[in-house]
Design a protein around this ligand. Structure first.
Ligand SMILES: Cc1cc2nc3c(=O)[nH]c(=O)nc-3n(C[C@H](O)[C@H](O)[C@H](O)COP(=O)(O)OP(=O)(O)OC[C@H]3O[C@@H](n4cnc5c(N)ncnc54)[C@H](O)[C@@H]3O)c2cc1C
Ligand code: FES
Length: 317
């Protein structure tokens, strides 16, 4: 038995910005407030699902606030909505607050930085299928690369709140090229780090975590997948059949996580990223090549509608 986190109920809504705070050179947290019908639907927004935000009417930052490498991109028209997962969802009576943890990479996310309290944003959602939480698993390993962190933070909260009784242990692994590219506020003190509670955002849910950077500027020196392999090598008591891996990040990293999971015979779910034009299965722009069970044939599934979360054994990387 497992709970598939999805819902066909979705809509086009206005969300109101509660806050929009910069937490690092390129990272911000945008808090959106939903009320009325939207609150009813977004109260059931599950980790791994996403929403499409319309940012084309949002102003660009002033010239001095545009990073040099984005000056040309800033001027590009943004006709399409952009997909974002939520890093946190909180229900407060008849309102729902959803947090978008975002990285400024182009014209839409640059515009997002100018949103301020009271502004309204057009949102389509909830969209897609989120992570499944099988009831027979005792350990969940969350593996994030770069901007793969947000849906796994949301999952961490749900696993430790709603599934505390069944899921005994949750451990998070987060990696990036360098410390600057990790979307966190900071690191815990040395003692907390030695105990394995290195990332405050996960420590807040009582979850052990490991940081990895390719250049060794923070945590484990190397790929987050190597950090996972090392951890698995030391986890002698870990029963593969009781364990599940959840992963989100760049495709090369997901491919390696899928390989590790297969080798270790651990169930694994990966959240795939594609450029998404419509977000609702109409435009066919987000194809993911998948295996057909019991045959050598493959089929293209839509990341926005059939995913973004897939069983890792299903995906052809
Ligand atoms: C399901 C889903 C959930 C997402 N959740 C988050 C989130 O929580 N936080 C966050 O910061 N970002 C998230 N993203 C990525 C986000 O949608 C893009 O960063 C955003 O669309 C960039 O828009 P832009 O106009 O600023 O930059 P663009 O100019 O559109 O893109 C900048 C660069 O990023 C690449 N890029 C953009 N979108 C994607 C994509 N979907 N897959 C691969 N490469 C891409 C482009 O090719 C380009 O090189 C998510 C994407 C998906 C599909
Ligand atoms: S984004 Fe249009 S079909 Fe997936």
């Amino acid at each position: 038995m497992s709970e598939r986190f999805s819902s066909s109920a979705k809509g086009l809504f206005k969300a109101v910005v509660s806050s929009n705070k910069q937490i690092g050179e390129r990272f911000c947290r945008l808090k959106l407030e939903f009320s009325g019908e939207a609150a009813k639907l977004f109260a059931n927004f599950r980790p791994g699902q996403f929403a499409e935000l319309d940012l084309c009417g949002t102003a660009l930052p002033s010239a001095e606030n545009i990073p040099e490498d984005l000056i040309d991109a800033a001027e590009r028209n943004i006709l399409l909505r952009r997909p974002f997962s939520f890093s946190d969802v909180t229900v407060d009576r008849d309102k729902v607050f959803a947090e978008v943890l975002y990285c400024v990479v182009g014209p839409a996310t640059l515009r997002m930085t100018t949103l301020s309290s009271g502004d309204s944003v057009s949102v389509i959602g909830p969209l897609g299928n989120g992570f499944r939480i099988p009831s027979d698993k005792k350990t969940a390993l969350l593996v994030a690369g770069g901007m793969g962190v947000p849906p796994l933070l949301h999952l961490a909260k749900v696993l430790t709140a709603d599934f505390r009784a069944t899921m005994i242990e949750v451990i998070a692994f987060a990696g990036a090229k360098t410390e600057k590219e990790l979307p966190f506020k900071g690191q815990l003190d040395e003692i907390s780090q030695q105990l394995g509670f290195s990332i405050p955002e996960f420590a807040g849910y009582g979850i052990e975590s490991r940081l990895a950077t390719d250049d060794g500027s923070a945590g484990y020196h190397g790929f987050v997948t190597d950090c996972l392999v090392e951890w698995l090598g030391q986890a002698n008591d870990l029963a593969a059949k009781d364990t599940v891996i959840y992963s989100c990040g760049p495709e090369a990293m997901l491919a390696r996580v899928a390989e590790i999971a297969e080798y270790k015979k651990i169930d694994c779910q990966v959240s795939m990223e594609r450029v998404m034009a419509c977000g609702i299965g109409l435009c066919q722009s987000c194809a993911v090549e998948c295996k057909v069970n019991g045959s050598n044939e493959t089929v293209y599934k839509m990341c926005c509608k059939d995913g973004p979360v897939f069983d890792s054994k299903e995906v052809i990387f």
